[in-house]
Design a protein around this ligand. Structure first.
Ligand code: HEM
Length: 419
């Protein structure tokens, strides 16, 4: 067995400047699967790098369960029991039933209805910062659209935005001392977010209004109506799934455009490229570093014997930069054919837990990247970005930039078409 005495990959130091893609490329070239030691109960986990093996794991929930969650962490027993009632920790057949309740709200039809509201939101977010000629992009722009959209969908009152956003940060960035004192604080934030969702359900029942919250409260699963607590769990999943991921991708997009002004110029000169730019950003800056599954029985995977109970960790960014699928994989190029990129990246996972909000994610990125390309010119760094401390989420906690407000700044290329 390819035993390794230390941590070849999932080590905070190796992620200090973001996902170490070059290292992942080397590991992928040298190992099909690789055992990595860790500090948790099983003493280690299997890293999976190949696209086919990742697909095999994610598409075989009977062999590789989600029942212990997508993170490496061992959840304390009472918390694990509670977490198993939420979508991301469920296996079939329960998972199918619960997931189907929220799917409609994130299908194409819903997106078409939501798009005008999103375009107006994106414009107003940029209106706030553009006149200043500079901003802290993560908090002031990247976080705003996905958060405001999902809050609008769920009927979160405006006065609670800050509180819910803070809890989400603590939970998603529990390894970063700027957001959480320790991992325990992350677990507590998760509980508080669920409590908030539960009270949001109660307030909707008391004063019914048009939102996904109301729809869910009128739904049934396992032969009974959803309770306020059931809704609280959905709330937690949707807020966490929908905000941190998208904000990190958007901030990553801005950073890549700053590093490659010629790519930004291409986009500004031809807004028809927004769609392929979105897919390239998703390929190149995949925010979710890995997904963990747990083997339900002794079995073989990629020529290795995997023991029952072993943690199997799919490295999502590995196929995204595999030269077998992408020419010049380490180059950010928004002209790549969109369908090809979509087919080969694994940014949204796979199998039954495949990202439920993929249409929402794409639309968030399309709307904001399009709006930026039209109105925000010559972006540049005011300081080196600060990376959040995590081996699970790749993202900046601070990205200070300057720009020339548009339209029509001096020397600014003008867009030719609308998306
Ligand atoms: C760039 C943006 C996004 C990325 C990269 C992303 C990525 C992912 C990934 C990798 C998973 C699989 C988790 C697993 O297998 O355990 C997932 C699941 C999920 N995502 Fe997303 N996501 C994004 C945006 C969104 C948005 C906007 C929403 C909702 C509004 C959302 C809601 C969810 C939910 C609810 C799940 C759990 C699905 C399930 O367990 O069946 N995501 N996402």
């Amino acid at each position: 067995m390819a035993q390794c005495p230390s941590k070849p990959l999932l080590d905070f130091e190796k992620f200090a400047a973001g996902t170490p893609h070059a290292l992942i490329g080397q590991l992928r070239g040298a190992h099909r699967l690789l055992w990595e030691d860790d500090e948790f109960a099983t003493g280690g986990h299997w890293l999976v790098f190949q696209q086919a093996d990742i697909d095999q794991v994610l598409q075989s929930p009977a062999l590789f369960s989600s029942n212990f969650g997508p993170l490496l962490d061992d959840f304390p027993e009472p918390l694990l029991v509670e977490q198993r009632e939420s979508l991301t920790f469920m296996d079939r057949p329960r998972h199918r039933q619960y997931r189907s309740l929220v799917e409609t709200a994130f299908r194409q039809t819903a997106m078409r209805q939501r798009e005008p509201m999103m375009r107006a939101l994106a414009a107003s977010i940029l209106d706030e910062v553009l006149p200043r000629g500079e901003c802290e992009f993560v908090q002031e722009v990247a976080m705003q659209l996905p958060t405001r959209v999902i809050f609008a969908v769920l009927g979160v009152p405006a006065e609670d935005f800050g509180r819910v956003a803070d809890l989400t940060n603590t939970l998603a960035l529990a390894d970063d001392p700027e957001f959480a004192e320790n991992r325990q604080a992350g677990f507590i934030a998760s509980g508080l977010l669920m409590d908030y969702g539960t009270s949001l359900a109660a307030s909707h029942r008391a004063a019914p209004r048009d939102s996904l919250t109301m729809t869910l409260l009128g739904s049934q699963a396992e032969g009974r109506m959803l309770s306020d607590l059931d809704f609280g769990r959905f709330f937690n999943n949707l807020i966490v799934g929908g905000t941190e991921t998208t904000r990190n991708t958007l901030a990553g997009a801005m950073y890549e455009f700053i590093r490659r002004p010629e790519q930004y110029a291409l986009l500004q000169n031809d807004l028809a490229l927004v769609a392929s730019a979105v897919e390239e950003v998703l390929r190149f800056r995949n925010p979710v570093v890995y997904l963990r599954r747990t083997a339900t029985q002794d079995q073989d995977l990629g020529g290795q014997r995997i023991a029952r109970g072993a943690k199997v960790v799919c490295v999502l960014g590995s196929p995204n930069r595999d030269p077998r699928f992408f020419e010049r994989p380490d180059e950010f190029d928004i002209r790549r054919p969109l369908e090809h990129t979509r087919r080969h990246y694994r940014t949204f996972g796979g199998g039954p837990h495949f990202c439920l909000g993929i249409q929402q994610a794409r639309l968030n990125l399309t709307v904001m990247i399009g709006e930026m390309a039209r109105r925000l010119h010559q972006p540049r760094l005011l300081a080196e970005p600060r990376q959040a401390r995590s081996t699970f989420m790749d993202g900046f906690k601070e990205l200070r930039i300057a720009f020339t407000p548009g339209p029509g700044g001096p020397g600014t290329p003008q867009p030719r078409t609308s998306p």
